[in-house]
Design a protein around this ligand. Sequence first.
Ligand code: ZN
Length: 288
Amino acid sequence: MLQSGPDPEPRRTRWGAGSRAVAWLVLVCFVSGCQSVAGPLSIEQERELGGEFARQARGEFDFFRDRLVNNYIEKMGRDILEAAGPQPFEYKFYVLEEDELNAFAAPAGHIYVHTGLILAADNMSELAGVMAHEVGHVARRHIARNYNRQRSTGILYKLGAALLAVFVGGYAAQGGALVGQLAAMAYLNNFSRDAEREADAFAVEVLPKAGIHPEGLVSFFETLNAQKGGGGSPPSFLSSHPATDERIANGRRAIAELDLDPGLKLEDDGKLEIVQRRILLLTGMASP
Ligand code: ZN
């Protein structure tokens, strides 16, 4: 998850795709006995977990089924992967119809991008920055590491039990929000600051190899920070990590140290704008 930024107030998490993602992941673990896996999660185990998660997710999430939009995200993901070099996983990119500004990586390279995030990007480089960051979490095995950390504390098991109760017993708004928030904190939203730094560094390193200027990763943080300061509700991935300013500074420093080709792109000849327009039209947020 692209998380950063000071946020002294506890976040109110609605039962959105991110929380449901966590719920399913934990549920999958609970029923399939992942908690009994000894040692670090292997590539093969992560593949199995990711595959099962993606299967469950099919019936749970609101996928944005438009070929043009999906092809655009898919192509952007492939370009990033090609620049990143050989990977142990077969990545898949999905677009979810969700207003919430969010993107998240499930195990083994199943990466979900919300339409709200696509709409919020000022240019192609900003969206690519977020996607490269999420790819970075997978490529650097943060999910496996995070999984192990949660597992070792037994949190995953307890959450599995709580979530199973929610699913079996039916969703109650209060309980669901609480469990969703706990689960999000315990799993998706709890990459360490080092992991976030590493995913940012991955994005800054890989994007230029894809012909994309890494500036977008930093400018997106700034945009989101400004939005947060504007009194609106903070974007969900500006969560509990007190690091937005630090991440912006780190990103700027890393970019300044690179000898960047002046031909690197921030825009993509209006393609992002076409995609955004398409989302607005198909979600009824804009008139034809
Ligand atoms: Zn992240």
